[in-house]
Ligand binder design. Structure first.
Ligand code: F6P
Length: 540
């Protein structure tokens, strides 16, 4: 029997057939297309207040976007006609909303309190707090030195080995929370298959003080298992085979594979199939973060995520940050024809946040088939890209200001410095505000050479918050997670599978033997064949 959600999904209508969609198309043509942002501000004195919403520690000023109160009303109607309220509740109820894999989607349970009673009947959910406690015991042990390396030295260099969500989450969060690292602890990461990251690290690190955290939901991923085996060889070569149990821990859902690798039973931290890779930093995949920051900080991150979970369920859609962000994305993507969105954080500690969001949004919503198996009839996930602060200004902002494309921008602006002087963060604030203003207002003056003119009218949203703390970071991540989900519900796609990455993986394993010439290439692609030949000729 299909559950209520999949039944609804299978009968769901195309968004383009919804009444609100048609109304938005007319509204775009009649009321929006010919108006500039300047016009919209001139006509509405209360615009900034009308288009500012907040949740937890985050405030979102989305007044510098091409919308009016009527646009928002129609977009909210679209979300309701598309079934977003029921879909949000279905996720929290643990219904298998990942329909192609028949799985619940419960990263929200990872940051809930047991009293929230989120999907407690779904197998594994009641174990969330047990795993957190086990992580806490281990983290405290490592930080106090009670859990030490094989030669008795304190483990101070934590190396996360993983890829995709098992890398981007730990890397992004640990960089963002640099001021919270405990004395003497250092975070490193290894992800790519070519081996250079590990080679560089092992030339600097002392194996006696190094702890590898192997993160892999499946524990079969080529890149991660290759790097993990190479790391094990390094440890065995320097400290002997018995040292493996003291220098490797793992986070995975695959207990048999962790066992086979030689991970000590007490050093295996589990999670569950209802945690998607790109949603997994809240689980044991966050262990390396907890090891450098301490478990208290990790729990504060979870608490931040929970604030946004409560907000997305309770806030009216007109004031609901993830819903508003999703609706703006749909508005630009499907009605204005925008192809990409830039994420521009003004704190260098968030420098991997755009990359993190690339996986979150593009792996989730880069889909062309609906949940019911039919092709979509509208564009789905936009290209997401970005870079931190002034580095981005001195790189690609030229195109934002004077290029030919519509690129909506999300600025992320913490007010307090996260570790340098406030005077420097004040400069970052001034730059961020200046850029948003320049994008909107542009610059045109009599007699100005055309190449100096800025047409302006470029949209942006400003997510402003007091300080980059574990709580605000948790809120930010969860905000974008829910945004992605709401977009997916409107488009009728499954935001929680990732079948599009499988073909390349399969071809790569077929090609692996052909690169070193041990087996013939029989794939039949003439270009691959010629490139293989050239590569073989260059191999050392
Ligand atoms: O190839 C994509 C992917 O499956 C991601 O979704 C995931 O985050 C990554 O690979 C790593 O997978 P695992 O955690 O199983 O090693």
């Amino acid at each position: 029997m299909p559950d209520a959600f999949s039944e609804r999904k299978l009968t769901a209508r195309y968004p383009t057939d919804l009444r609100a969609w048609a109304a938005l198309r007319d509204h775009f043509r009649d009321d929006i297309r010919g108006r500039t942002l300047g016009d919209l501000f001139a006509r509405d004195r209360g615009r900034v207040e009308r288009f500012t919403a907040s949740a937890g520690a985050l405030s979102l000023d989305y007044s510098k976007n091409h919308l009016t109160a009527k646009t928002r009303k129609l977009l909210v109607r679209l979300a309701k006609e598309a079934g977003v309220p029921a879909a949000i509740e279905a996720m929290f109820a643990g219904e298998p909303i990942n329909v192609t894999e028949q799985r619940s989607v419960l990263h929200v349970a990872l940051r809930s309190k047991i009293a929230d009673t989120i999907a407690l009947d779904v197998p594994g959910v009641r174990d969330v707090w047990k795993v957190l406690s086990a992580m806490e015991v281990f983290v405290d042990g490592v930080q106090s030195g009670q859990v030490a390396g094989s030669t008795g030295k304190r483990l101070t260099d934590i190396v996360n080995i993983g890829i995709g969500g098992s890398d981007l989450g730990p890397v992004m969060v640990s960089r963002a929370l640099r001021p919270y690292w405990q004395d003497g602890m250092r975070f490193h990461s290894v992800s790519n298959v070519d081996g250079t990251q590990l080679a560089d690290l092992t030339s600097e690190l002392d194996p006696e003080t190094t702890l590898f955290v192997i993160c892999s939901k499946t524990f079969t991923t080529l890149e991660t298992m290759t790097n993990a085996r190479m790391a094990r060889e390094w440890v065995v070569g320097r400290l002997g085979a018995d040292a493996v149990t003291d220098h490797f821990v793992a986070a995975s859902t695959n207990h048999a594979a962790m066992n086979a690798f030689g991970i000590h039973p007490e050093y295996r931290f589990g999670f569950w199939d209802w945690v998607g890779g790109r949603y997994s930093v809240w689980s044991a995949v966050g262990l390396s973060v907890a090891l450098v920051t301490g478990m208290g900080v990790f729990r504060r991150l979870l608490a931040g995520g929970r604030v946004m979970d409560q907000h997305v369920r309770q806030a009216p859609f007109e004031e609901n940050l993830p819903v508003l962000q999703a609706l703006l994305a749909v508005w630009y993507n499907n009605f204005h024809g925008a192809e990409s969105q830039a994420i521009l954080p003004y704190d260098n500690r968030l420098d991997r946040f755009p990359a993190y969001l690339q996986q979150l949004q593009m792996e989730s919503n880069g889909k062309s088939v609906r949940m019911d198996g039919r092709p979509v009839r509208c564009r789905t996930g936009m290209v997401i890209w970005g870079e931190a602060g002034n580095n981005a200004q001195h790189s690609f902002y030229q195109l934002l200001h004077q290029g030919t494309r519509l690129i909506p921008v999300d600025f992320l602006l913490p007010v307090r410095s996260s570790g340098a002087t406030q005077a420097q963060q004040d400069l970052a604030i001034a730059n961020c505000l200046a850029q948003a203003e320049a994008l909107m207002d542009g610059y045109l003056a009599d007699g100005l050479e055309p190449y100096r003119a800025h047409a302006g009218n470029n949209p942006s949203s400003m997510l402003l918050f007091e300080e980059l703390t574990p709580e605000t970071l948790g809120q930010l991540i969860a905000l974008y997670e829910h945004k992605v989900f709401v977009e997916g519900v409107i488009w009728g796609i499954d935001s929680f599978d990732q079948w599009g990455v499988e073909l390349g993986k399969r071809l790569a394993s077929a090609l692996a033997g052909a690169v070193d010439g041990n087996s013939p290439y029989d794939g039949g692609n003439a270009s691959t064949s010629a490139l293989l030949e050239r590569a073989r000729a260059y191999r050392p």
